[in-house]
Design a binder for this molecule. Structure first.
Ligand code: HEM
Ligand SMILES: [Ca+2]
Ligand SMILES: [Ca+2]
Length: 299
């Protein structure tokens, strides 16, 4: 079982070390905090919050980072800095899976989102990756709301918390490859026309080079703040993904969207609840898995 402050005896400074490292990294490379948030989603939805996402391709392991669904993910190299600081203090004690969970919590604070005081720890690390499952488990950029709701529901996350978690798209970016289908050959009629013109400027080619770093920010107003701006944007038909418009108009989700758009406190409360639920997905505990020494490789 996960518990609060799992490392209180084995490594009392663990949570403080992670917080410090997340903070230092944020001041050097602000978008690391954005990455820690996305990592939580991409790790926990694929089987378990077990740091399977962090494994690189080596010794028979094929990295989940290679999946199309991981497109645009960045900053993995900085996880090593956090892990090394922990290994120095207490070798082979703090799991990479707990780094994923705690760095997401601390990253959200750097992005001026809610302070989630209590997050359970004691997760252990997977002994392999699940590349083959990533495409079925992580929703695609053009998936329908119904399929997204059922994905989240299958890991115990209700519709209200799902709507709140999508507020993560109040920070970060989307590359043109994930957008152009809404702009070319004709503009998706659910997009605000002036916003569509802006997006066409950001993404001038219908066939962007996947290696080019052409992207649009998720939220032009507060791009580095986890806030309820996402809901205001999607209600104004200024969302980037297909699901954004559905979220704002579907009767199952529209009431939550409208409330989150007007009440940042309510958004923060539901977002915190969503993050906690997500972080507790199917953990490995006890003698399952292992405590990796280097998050990139199984021991
Ligand atoms: C329906 C579910 C979701 C879909 C379809 C989806 C899809 C996407 C796509 C297509 C991108 C842009 C990738 C790129 O082009 O670079 C993205 C970025 C991002 N997603 Fe999601 N996402 C979903 C849910 C979530 C959740 C639940 C979280 C976190 C709680 C999250 C956090 C992020 C973050 C932080 C970014 C920005 C990353 C960066 O700028 O480096 N997403 N997502
Ligand atoms: Ca995982
Ligand atoms: Ca924002």
């Amino acid at each position: 079982e996960l518990e609060m402050n799992y490392y209180r005896e084995s490594c009392p400074k663990a949570e403080e070390i992670i917080r410090q490292q997340v903070e230092t990294l944020y001041y050097k490379h602000g978008n690391t905090a954005v990455s820690w948030l996305r990592n939580l989603f991409h790790d926990c939805v694929v089987k378990s919050c077990d740091a399977s996402l962090l494994l690189e391709t080596a010794r028979g392991v094929e990295s989940e980072q290679k999946s199309k669904r991981s497109f645009g993910m960045r900053n993995f190299k900085y996880v090593k800095i956090i892990k090394d600081a922990l290994e120095k203090e207490c070798p082979s004690t703090v799991s990479c899976a707990d780094i994923v969970a705690l760095s997401a919590r601390d990253g959200i604070v750097m992005l001026k989102g809610p302070k989630i005081e209590m997050i359970k720890t004691g997760r252990r690390d997977s002994r392999g990756s699940y590349l083959g499952d990533v495409e079925t488990l992580i929703p695609n950029h053009n998936d329908s709301l119904s399929s997204v709701i059922s994905t989240f529901n299958s890991i115990g996350i209700d519709v209200e918390a799902t709507v709140a978690l999508l507020g993560a798209h109040s920070v970060g970016r989307v590359h043109c490859v994930n957008l152009v289908h809404r702009l070319y050959p004709t503009i998706d009629p659910t997009l605000d026309p002036s916003y569509a013109l802006y997006l066409k400027k950001r993404c001038p080619s219908p066939t962007p080079d996947p290696n080019a770093v052409l992207y649009s920010r998720n939220d032009r107003e507060t791009p580095m703040v986890v806030d309820n701006m996402y809901y205001k944007n999607i209600m104004a038909h200024k969302g980037l993904l297909v699901i954004d418009d559905e979220l704002a108009t579907d009767p199952r989700t529209a009431p939550f969207v409208a409330k989150m758009a007007t009440d940042n406190g309510y958004f923060q409360e539901q977002f915190s609840r969503g993050v906690r639920l997500l972080s507790e997905t199917n953990p490995l505990t006890g003698d399952q898995g292992e405590i990796r020494k280097d998050c990139r490789y199984v021991n």
